[in-house]
Design a protein around this ligand. Sequence first.
Ligand SMILES: NC(=O)c1ccc[n+]([C@@H]2O[C@H](COP(=O)([O-])OP(=O)(O)OC[C@H]3O[C@@H](n4cnc5c(N)ncnc54)[C@H](O)[C@@H]3O)[C@@H](O)[C@H]2O)c1
Length: 296
Amino acid sequence: MAVKKITIAGAGTMGHAMAEIFARKGYQVVLWNHREEGLNRARVLISSDVSGLIEYTVSDEAFRERDLIVECIAENLPLKLSFYSRISDLVSDNCIIATNTSGLSINKMAAAVRNPERFLGMHWWNPPTLIPLIEIIRNEHTRDDVVKTVYDLSLAIGKKPAVIKKDVPGFAGNRIQLAVIREVLAMVRDGVVTPEDADAVIKYGLGFRWACIGQLESLDLGGIDTFYRISEYLMPDLETSPEIPELIREKYEKNEFGIKTGKGFYDYSGEKGREAVAARDRKLKAVMKALYEDGQ
Ligand SMILES: NC(=O)c1ccc[n+]([C@@H]2O[C@H](COP(=O)([O-])OP(=O)(O)OC[C@H]3O[C@@H](n4cnc5c(N)ncnc54)[C@H](O)[C@@H]3O)[C@@H](O)[C@H]2O)c1
């Protein structure tokens, strides 16, 4: 299935960046938003060298005769369901429809899509211009050739796809991330480490290694016999609470959301927030260059 004509639905944080990525790679991109203000914001954010290649629109005509629609509207199931019902009659039969949901059920959404076998999750990571991973999530009916088309397309735009074969909450990436968050926050809560030292353990140890080899490669290189013995004494000691972690709840109740409110585990007042994002992006670009400069 050849993909040339792509509509990105939703021009927010994720959608405008995807439009930029596809346009830069030569795809015919329409960026649709339900309100004009969102498109105006996107026009400012999208790099000027590709902005002119993108068609910006609030018209539902954007969904006719496309090869792929990537839905990036707000993370709200009723909203997404009504979006799919509304566009269903406009979309041609062979158009692939993908959702960028962070974790809503792909199967539930598929039920609102005409021909659900051409529907799947295409979960990008923020910032989409810098993080290589795209999770591709099947629903119960997704056709193999649809998965393959989105997989190959992800490679063609320089991304690193991973197929998630079952629609489980959080897919793979957020399940792993939340398991780490639960343990890190339990250790900070119990006074085992400060937030700074917890982050040092990730940045200079685990995360540094994870950028180069995955967890299972790491088990093989470290020795499964050793991890057998570590598992024996450590598994019973790990945090297993099913509740929202206390420190997340506390910060949430105090409106300490992180960079967007100026305070989270760290202080982002004044220029500190802007500097933190710039430092993150500089480092991500350097790692990307070091690991994948040759496009491999
Ligand atoms: N931001 C992230 O880190 C991130 C990462 C991966 C996936 N996602 C997912 O991507 C999707 C979009 O997230 P975002 O961060 O770009 O959100 P955002 O808030 O920046 O943008 C949401 C978009 O939805 C549109 N919208 C709002 N109400 C609407 C309505 N009634 N009808 C149609 N469109 C409407 C807005 O105009 C906006 O363009 C969500 O499903 C989110 O979970 C976000």
